[in-house]
Design a protein around this ligand. Structure first.
Ligand code: GTP
Ligand code: MG
Length: 196
């Protein structure tokens, strides 16, 4: 089989309130706070401008969105967590949707956890990491929007974030959907998880 980053076909399979049937072998899921850049990262990775819906209004992605690649594996765009303007009851429901998907998903090969590269570690991100560790789900951390970091502060800011999350350097990827920084490293992690 050719490398998965050779993308011959992408199909939007739909938006689901709960995890759809596992009709492929592998899924790669994208999680993170609302507005962190999940949908943008998916578009960049797939080299499509608008396959996943991007918005400057947090809370854009409100269901489990499935993209099937080469009829072989899926990217899963999950709702963002922690958006304060969404009523608590709805947030709780999204939380359940996200956790319900992550836990007991046999075909889930990797969770890409997106964190805002411009800020120190946040509690909800730590909580997500804990959930993944407790359930033995492999993950990689992607620090987004690093194009917004000034050159002289970049290393320091990212190092504070990484240490705050308590994760090693090799599972931490600085990334930008604007410049494409980190794209190769994220694809490497995905390919490794897919077993290629
Ligand atoms: P929800 O679906 O609401 O959870 O958001 P999301 O995590 O999918 O974020 P989305 O991709 O919709 O991006 C949110 C905003 O951040 C948009 O205005 C994007 O243009 C912007 N954005 C995303 N990635 C980057 C990046 O790497 N650099 C910069 N400068 N802006 C970005
Ligand atoms: Mg989104």
């Amino acid at each position: 089989m050719s490398a998965p980053r050779v993308i011959k076909k992408i199909e939007f399979r739909g938006s689901f309130p709960t995890a759809p049937p596992e009709t492929v072998q592998s899924e790669i899921a994208f999680v993170g706070r609302s507005n962190v850049g999940k949908s943008s990262a998916i578009n960049k990775l797939l080299n499509r401008k608008k396959i996943a819906r991007v918005s400057s209004t947090p809370g854009r992605t409100q269901a489990i969105n499935i993209f099937e690649i080469n009829d072989d594996y899926r990217f899963v765009d999950l709702p963002g967590y922690g958006f304060a303007k969404v009523p608590l009851a709805v947030r709780a429901q999204w939380g359940k949707m996200i956790e319900g998907y992550l836990v007991n998903r046999d075909i889930l090969k990797l969770v890409v956890i997106l964190v805002d590269g411009r800020h120190p570690a946040q509690n909800l991100d730590l909580h997500m990491l804990e959930t993944l560790i407790n359930n033995d789900i492999p993950g990689v951390i992607v620090a987004t929007k690093v194009d917004n970091l000034r050159r002289n502060k970049k290393l320091r800011t990212l190092s504070v974030l990484r240490k705050g999350l308590g994760i090693p350097q090799d599972s931490f990827i600085p990334f930008s959907s604007t410049t494409g920084e980190g794209l190769t490293e994220v694809w490497d992690a995905i390919e490794y998880a897919l077993g290629n």
